[in-house]
Design a protein around this ligand. Structure first.
Ligand code: TCH
Length: 345
């Protein structure tokens, strides 16, 4: 399970929990503007926007899980197993029915289509889009293909949250095609599909950070014996559907100062409210899903903050501290191990 979230104070923040039973060997990775991308179906791009994110680097290629680019656009891929459906590559244009073909004959010769392998999506979108608006335009002509990176890395079944400071969307490629949803909740988890996650929020519409009125039944005096009773019923379990509700509530009611330290701190509090502790989510074979890392990107400043399961101290990497006109990846292995600050020795 995973959870992604956005948060806005003075700056715009984007991040996620990566929950899984083992790490793939991820590193904070900066891709500078002149690192050449070779797309499977779309040729080479010698120049693109610079980006920073968490990636597994294979054969010097950044396989991003989540990242932001230098324009303030963020993107995260989360498991969507059993629902994600990617297509075979098609030849340069959309497959069209005979009827559509007739309608279009003499006008446009079928719409152009971009075949993008599933693992290429972050590079394709973050490399050339400065905003969600631009992402929407590219998605209108995309065919996300089921092309694996290589035989060691089968295609992951993911859906994506993509956001800038103005808007957040969710992209789901399913059996009946590609769907792009507005996401006013500002969070994403895993299954079920996004419309069902959003619908379920209706069940919790009476929850509140305020103490509730007693409306239980006439004549029954009931006590407000504890703080926090307005959110009684907020799910606390680790299922994806429950984390969606919990994260949407916590994020939606979050308050913080707008300094960098206060904003980053609050962002980690939001995502840590749905983190997974080792032992509580048994996935079989004596393996347990845990929150391997939590990230918080300042999308305006190009800073990638993270904590890991083994290290609660926040570590940060600033993309602008590197030469973004370079042509080689900058890679930062995750800092692990709790950093405990002793006060009396
Ligand atoms: C396992 C990760 C998703 C975590 C998650 O959503 N967990 C929920 C578990 S559950 O459904 O609720 O059971 C996903 C997110 C990004 C994925 C990686 C990225 O897509 C980049 C490459 C893509 C390659 O095809 C496979 C390796 C890989 C390096 C992927 C490995 C793995 O599938 C990752 C790391």
């Amino acid at each position: 399970m995973c959870t992604a979230a956005v948060y806005k104070t003075k700056d715009f923040y984007f991040g996620r929990n990566l929950d899984y039973e083992f790490p793939y060997g991820e590193e904070v990775t900066i891709t500078p503007r002149n690192y050449p991308f070779s797309f499977r179906f779309l040729g080479e791009r010698k120049q693109h926007y610079a980006m920073i994110g968490m990636a597994h680097v294979a054969d010097d290629y950044p396989l991003y899980y989540d990242a932001i680019n230098e324009k303030g656009l963020g993107m995260a891929g989360l498991n969507f197993v059993g629902n994600a459906v990617y297509g075979e590559p098609v030849l340069g244009k959309k497959e069209e029915t005979a009827e559509e073909h007739e309608r279009e004959a003499g006008m446009v010769k079928g719409s152009e289509i971009d075949n993008v392998a599933q693992f290429e999506l972050p590079l394709w979108l973050l490399g050339q889009c400065a905003s969600v608006k631009e992402v929407r335009a590219l998605l209108a002509r995309i065919n996300i293909t089921n092309t694996p990176f290589n035989e060691r890395y089968p295609v992951s079944q993911l859906h994506w949250m993509i956001a800038d400071r103005e808007e957040t969307i969710v992209v789901e490629a399913v059996a009946d095609g590609l769907h792009v949803y507005d996401n006013p909740a500002g969070v994403l988890t895993n299954n079920p599909p996004f419309p069902q996650q959003m619908f379920r929020l209706n069940d919790y519409r009476s929850l509140s950070p305020k103490q509730p009125e007693n409306t239980f039944a006439p004549g029954l005096e009931l006590a407000s014996y504890s703080r926090g009773m307005g959110a009684m019923g907020l799910p606390g379990d680790l299922s994806s559907a429950s984390r969606f509700v919990r994260a949407a509530f916590v994020r939606g009611n979050s308050l913080s100062g707008d300094s960098e330290a206060e904003s980053v701190s609050q962002f980690f509090h939001i995502l840590h409210s749905v983190e997974q502790q080792r032992g509580c989510c048994d996935v079989g074979g004596e393996k347990y899903e845990i929150t391997i890392y939590t990230s918080c990107c300042n999308a305006d400043k190009g800073i990638y903050y993270y904590t890991t399961y083994e290290n609660h101290q926040i570590t940060a990497v600033d993309m602008h501290a590197e030469n973004l006109d370079g042509a080689e990846l900058f890679r930062y292995p995750l800092v692990q191990g709790e950093q405990i600050r002793w006060q009396n020795r």
